[in-house]
Design a protein around this ligand. Sequence first.
Ligand code: C2E
Ligand code: MG
Ligand code: MG
Length: 723
Amino acid sequence: MTHERETATVTGDRSRADVLARLARMTDPGTDDLTRTLDARAALDRLSGPALLVDLDGTILDVNDQVDGIGVDRALIRGRALWSAPIWANGDASSTLSPLVEAGAEGRAGQRTIDIGGAAPRPGRVSLTPVIDDSRSVAVLLVELRGLADSRETDALIQATTQALAAAEDIFRAVAEHTSDLVCLHDPTGTFTYVSPSCRRLLDIDPASLLGTHPVEVAHTNTRDALVQAIHDAGRRGSEPTRFRHRLRHRNGSFRWFETAITPILEPGGAVRQLQSSSRDITEQRETEQSLIKQAFHDELTGLPNRALLIDRMTHALAASERSNQPIGVLFIDLDGFKTINDTLGHPVGDTALTKVAERLTAIVRPGDTLARIGGDEFLMLCAGTDGARGATAVARRILDAFAQPFVLEGREIEIGASIGIATSMGSEDPDRIIENADTAMYEAKHEGRGRFAIHNETDQSLALERIDTEEALRRAVHNNELRLHYQPELDLESGRIVGFEALVRWQRPDGRLVPPGEFIPLAEETGIIVDLGRWVIAEACRQASLWRVYRTPEQEPVRIWVNLSARQLGDPDLVPFVERTVEAAGISTDEICLEITESALMDDAQAATEQLDELRRIGISLGIDDFGTGWSQFAYLQRLPLDVLKIDRSFVSGLASDHAAATIVAAIIDLAHALGLIVIAEGVESEDQLAVLRELDCDQALGFLFSEPREPAAFDHALNSN
Ligand code: C2E
Ligand code: MG
Ligand code: MG
């Protein structure tokens, strides 16, 4: 059945037409139930008198606040048939009202006179308006109650409601006296007029002492505004309670959290007579919530923000950075050699180390910056604000400085290093992407030799491509015979003779460039090419050893060739058989080839390394520690590993003649090595002064530019001949 929308809307003024238009949306298929209900409710509330919304069968869908004014409980009305709602004086009003509803469902408006109100019945008028929707069907029926303007009736009504209010207050007090919540009455400004006895238990305050005071006097400063605002809102909100969370002071000075609802008690005319508040102590609940929030956003071990919280902070910082045009900086901090601590000292010590690292880093965080732990030994720092990006490098320097001091773990001093990657962004980027960039930069820092920082930049893309090219070329180099071994002689300090050589690889590129190992060994290690490359080096060194045999008389000690071994090679299960086969194929013996490994390589996987080294030693290969003193200051492994030689790092040797501390360290290393039965070789000797000190300190052997740079093997034929 269709009708003209006009029939419904002509009855009222402009705003009434608006109300009806909004009610018509009740049947819109596009809106959800909640929106529809809220919308209808808002429309009903705009009518000045009591009004109900009824469906075409007469079931009450909703009522407005003004219905309270006739002294009926709204909660009892909703869902009932219009005629059986407790609004009408004579109980069932179906004989009067159902014909009205039937006519409305047909699209006809109508009115009836009927007695309203249970306690004090009075004549009233019901008018019904069908609400027509867009498809011109009747959507719902609007029922309005009118005709109560007679002053006698109004008085009666006011009296009835006042009585109802007084009765309600009695009930309220009865409840309030026994509830565990804090229940209070306030005058419209908020001043306490009644405070329930539970106040004593909740706040240890005598309820009577609060009467005449204002709640702000016991409120926490941080939540005082919320309280004042809530009291203000409650006075304007009709009968809807205003809910908020705030803190109140306990007599012992601590603060408890409360969830409070303030409801106004209205005069029949609608003015606020008083306010009623009920407050539930939610301190424990809040603590649980807070700890759950903390768990969700913090790392359990260190208490630092986790990745999720960091991403959130980054998102805010990026938005701010876009507005202010100030880039943010992100530092990716990765500990060097942390795995070793875990593996050798156990996880509990590892955890302690991480906690100490977190403390040290926290001391560096500037106000407004965020430090987060995002994985095992990975930390991220967000530098935002005006000095975000530029500050990041300064912060990185401070972090590296802070890590220069050893950490004390289990009473021992342990060095923990850090490598840092920095990325910056202006706000257009995705936080994950920025973290990835910082991570990439961190790897660069690691490859440049730990304990540094590197900055990610846009040219990275092209660097990555170049890297792929280099990787391809390096793979080919091994098979295309582009690698060369240069040799650096090792001298015995007592006899002055050449006792050995260190084999150092170079890459002779087809364009004629001779590339030093520092430029391609890290890439080879990272890509695994080192295994093939290393085999080539071992084979080539064996071949050279057999060639040099001609310069040796039978009674002479063999000249030994030292080959550098990478950590990755120790992980190659075929390493020992390969060495054995290669030595045999070259027709030399295992005491002519020696292998040297850096401290840090040993530390990468100490267990596997020990097993491989034991095996190598078993087949007669001598083993040495390279760059001693730059790795990990823990000497226990020296005893455990089957070592023969210890090579003091160049960095100590270079300071020998001038720096007293360096001389002390070298003296200690030499003593230590000798005590363990190891031969000591000093690396990088460049001056006669250094040599003199080394002799004095009883160092066994040395190599360095003072004697010779690494050269092609033929350069030493003559020297060996006259050795
Ligand atoms: P390393 O094993 O510590 O080798 C010593 C490095 O110090 C060599 O650099 C050598 O040329 C340099 N050097 C020697 N005497 C002096 C000196 O008096 N003053 C100065 N300033 N430097 C001196 P090189 O040849 O560039 O090798 C660098 C590193 O590359 C080596 O350090 C080693 O770790 C690695 N490497 C070289 N060849 C191989 C190889 O075949 N396999 C592996 N895995 N690594 C290798
Ligand atoms: Mg070496
Ligand atoms: Mg070295």
